[in-house]
Design a protein. Structure first.
Ligand code: HEM
Ligand SMILES: [Ca+2]
Length: 728
């Protein structure tokens, strides 16, 4: 049944519209024929006049809508299949092994229905002859969101029973917010700080300057960014690696072609459906890629804006649980989570190698998330498909596995009555490890990124405990993960490996550890532990508009049989991804964050140096055109931070929401007793590293390079064990 929506979750009050009646939905009685015969060649009518016509009443007639939706569903399903067949011949160097996208993304469910609903929305606008542009997106959305899909097509149709899930986190994140149980759960939409901006007001990427000309192409912008990064000695590469681990915890923009392929290989230059595959052009005088036909990336799967399943403009799906809950380690879907467990004593599966006293992540059964897997050297399995994106990331995962199993063992020792209770041991241990992850994130990681002052402003509270606010939405913000948290400017080219005693082994290139498992299994050189050791000493690249070569121009480099070299570019991807996600430009976020909306490039002077403002002027026609990612990377840093004020504002808001909107946040009243929380606070990150690697000395603040005066090394042998006394 179609029905009207009274209230949206964005809090926009929506008027009822009388013409939408409720009717039964019976797919078999529908025919496929396109039933809208109206002339669309008319000249465009301004919005909202176009929707007040008689024709809009006809179009929004429930049975018309139903037929249209059914038709679009079939079309979309067919196109998805065609695209998969078309790309089947491509070399499959899978970086990502996607968990089968369940319920909400299945055919006739979730992602596909959301996609079809967007197509219906676009069709309605087109049939009404509405004039559309990116600035009208919000108003168009508000109009369309009055129309709700039949419940049979809405995966959120029934509320889950949360009564058994109040103490521990669920794997998906469902039942975290007891009033809005799906909020923040895996396979639901990102939220937005600002309304989307789509060229057609519905789903097409921003492509025009406000002055009328085309926006510069993504790769064209990227090649103007320098590849001569400088080091920032105030943080180390473990800070960078932890950051990547953390963003993979909160976000996976699930590709629409979720057949287990990389952003590189899941679309081809000949892809026909540009809604499904973005094709990035490369100019013939490109300094690194001349001769390469194009770069491609699959679109992000779609999701309904909220749990109402209405028509509306395009929104994207987060495949992972939004909360900071160690989902990289434990999984974001039930199936993955179960597969990662050993099935006894609360343990997680691991692999044991003769060359290390420590365990490493288990191999994937049929995994292809790395490019060099063999029978004895398998890609790693984990809760997030990007675990092998680089070996440092795999190392951080190994640490959490080791700590989990160590703690589960301790827990069984102090609670012999739980001996055979796999579930209790798993849940109790997981609750402590996720608490530690949150503590390290908020107390150590975030203050380095946005500075202590901004961290306090957005996430600070006094006293031992903090308080949950069920009205805060613990949902990942599209702008945060599509731009602000894409800290690729910090990513180095060279990675040091060292021995447990911190003796240099060698330095390896990012492309040697990117999607490759070889060095993780390099027993002679201590596997992942030697990279973790190196990360403590390596500086990161500074937060600016310089990007390391490997990630900028040589990402996922492959050579085909015919000798053709194919490369990708994270900067170009980030720009194009944000346009695909309808993220407005930098200027709009300046205003949101309390700065003046610039009308001339000189107005950027309050957030960046004149040279950077001039640089942006040389790329773009108008300040409104500047892409968020590019604008942010040109900002001066906030006090004590690595990012600029607009970045810090978006990131601060994100971490505030993921704290106060997370009912199970470790610091909130009721989660742990004061004694337990004190034990968690006392378990320092340096001792965590000591207990989860073979490294012998770690600095007091492990996210900063060791320094005799300001950040001295401590001996691991002196680290106290985690204090389990208050769990007895
Ligand atoms: C070590 C090297 C890294 C490589 C090779 C890498 C590569 C990538 C790639 C290929 C994507 C997918 C882009 C797309 O299709 O839109 C991505 C997404 C992303 N990256 Fe990185 N990245 C690295 C490190 C980092 C770090 C250090 C951070 C932040 C601290 C970061 C933050 C992100 C974020 C937030 C996303 C979006 C994730 C999502 O929502 O799905 N990355 N990265
Ligand atoms: Ca998560």
């Amino acid at each position: 049944q179609w029905s009207t929506v009274q209230q949206t979750q964005r809090g926009l009050p929506v008027q009822q519209i009388s013409l939408v009646k409720t009717i039964g939905f019976t797919p078999n009685t529908l025919n496929n024929r396109f039933i809208l015969q109206n002339d669309i060649s008319r000249s465009r009518i301004p919005f909202p006049q176009c929707i007040s016509s008689e024709q809009s009443q006809v179009l929004l007639n429930p049975s018309t809508l139903q037929k249209l939706l059914h038709q679009k569903l079939q079309e979309e399903e067919r196109k998805l299949k065609q695209e998969r067949v078309r790309n089947d011949g491509l070399k499959n160097n899978d970086i990502m092994d996607f968990d089968a996208i369940q319920l909400r993304a299945d055919a006739l469910n979730g992602a596909l229905v959301a996609r079809a609903a967007t197509k219906v929305s676009a069709e309605i606008m087109s049939q009404l002859g509405c004039e559309t542009n990116s600035t009208l997106t919000e108003r168009i959305d508000r109009f369309l969101r009055r129309v709700r899909l039949p419940p049979s097509l809405c995966a959120f149709n029934t509320n889950p029973d949360c009564s058994g899930f109040t103490r521990f986190r669920t794997i998906t994140g469902v039942c975290n917010n007891l009033e809005r149980p799906y909020e923040g759960s895996s396979q639901t939409a990102y939220t937005r700080l600002l309304p989307a901006a789509y060229d057609d007001g519905i789903s097409k990427p921003r492509s025009r300057s406000v002055l009328g000309g085309p926006l510069p192409a993504c790769r064209q912008i990227s090649v103007t960014m320098s590849s001569k990064p400088v080091f920032d000695t105030s943080f180390n590469n473990l800070f960078v690696g932890y950051g990547q681990f953390l963003v993979h915890d909160i976000s996976l923009a699930t590709p629409v072609t979720d057949s287990g392929r990389t952003p590189v290989s899941s679309c081809s230059c000949s892809s026909q459906d540009h809604d499904m595959c973005t094709i990035m052009e490369i100019s013939s005088n490109d300094p690194f890629m001349a001769g390469q036909k194009c770069m491609t990336m699959p679109a992000t799967a779609q999701a309904f804006t909220d749990q109402q399943c209405t028509l509306g403009v395009k929104d994207q799906m987060n495949g992972n649980s939004h909360y900071i809950d160690l989902s990289v380690t434990y999984g974001s879907t039930k199936k993955t989570a179960v597969g990662l467990r050993a099935g006894r004593d609360g343990f997680l599966k691991t692999a044991k190698k003769s060359w290390s006293k420590f365990e490493i992540p288990p191999g994937q059964r049929e995994g292809k998330s790395c490019t060099d897997s063999t029978e004895t050297q398998k890609c790693f399995a984990g809760g997030d498909s990007r675990l092998m994106e680089n070996v440092l990331l795999s190392g951080i995962q190994a640490q959490w596995l080791r700590i989990h199993n160590l703690f589960a063992k301790k827990m069984a020792e102090i609670h012999p009555e739980w001996k055979n209770n796999d579930d209790v041991l798993y849940d109790e241990t997981k609750k402590i490890s996720s608490a530690l992850h949150q503590r390290y994130t908020y107390d150590f990681w975030l203050p380095i990124l946005i500075g202590k002052q901004a961290t306090q402003q957005y996430t600070g509270d006094s006293g031992l405990f903090s308080r949950y606010d069920p009205n805060v939405r613990g949902v990942v913000i599209n702008e945060a993960v599509t731009a602000a948290l894409r800290l690729h400017t910090l990513v180095r080219d060279l990675y040091t490996r060292c021995t447990p005693q911190a003796k240099l082994i060698d330095q390896v290139w990012l492309h040697d550890i990117l999607a490759k498992s070889k060095l993780a299994y390099d027993g002679a050189n201590n596997g992942v532990d030697s990279l973790l050791c190196g990360a403590l000493y390596d500086y990161g690249f500074a937060g600016d508009a310089n990007f390391g070569q490997d990630i900028h121009h040589r990402l996922f480099e492959t050579t085909t049989k015919t000798g053709e070299v194919k490369r990708h570019d994270i900067v170009a991807i980030n720009i194009c991804r944000a346009r695909e996600h309808g993220i407005p430009g930098y200027n709009a976020f300046r205003e949101l964050c309390g700065l003046r909306r610039a009308s001339r490039f000189e107005d950027f002077a309050d957030t960046m140096g004149p040279a950077n403002a001039a640089k942006l002027q040389s790329i773009y026609d108008h300040p409104e055109d500047v892409d968020l990612f590019i604008g942010m990377n040109h900002e001066n840093h906030v006090p004590g931070g690595l990012v600029g004020p607009v970045s810090a504002c978006i990131i601060g808001t994100q971490f505030r929401n993921l704290k106060y909107g997370d009912r199970l946040f470790y610091k909130h009243e009721g989660q742990f007793t004061p004694e337990q929380l004190t034990a968690i606070n006392k378990y320092t990150y340096n001792c965590f590293i000591c207990h989860s690697t073979d490294i012998e000395k770690v600095a007091l603040n492990p996210f900063k390079p060791p320094n005799d005066q300001t950040n001295p090394l401590g001996l691991c042998s002196e680290c106290p064990a985690f204090d389990f006394n208050s769990w007895r």
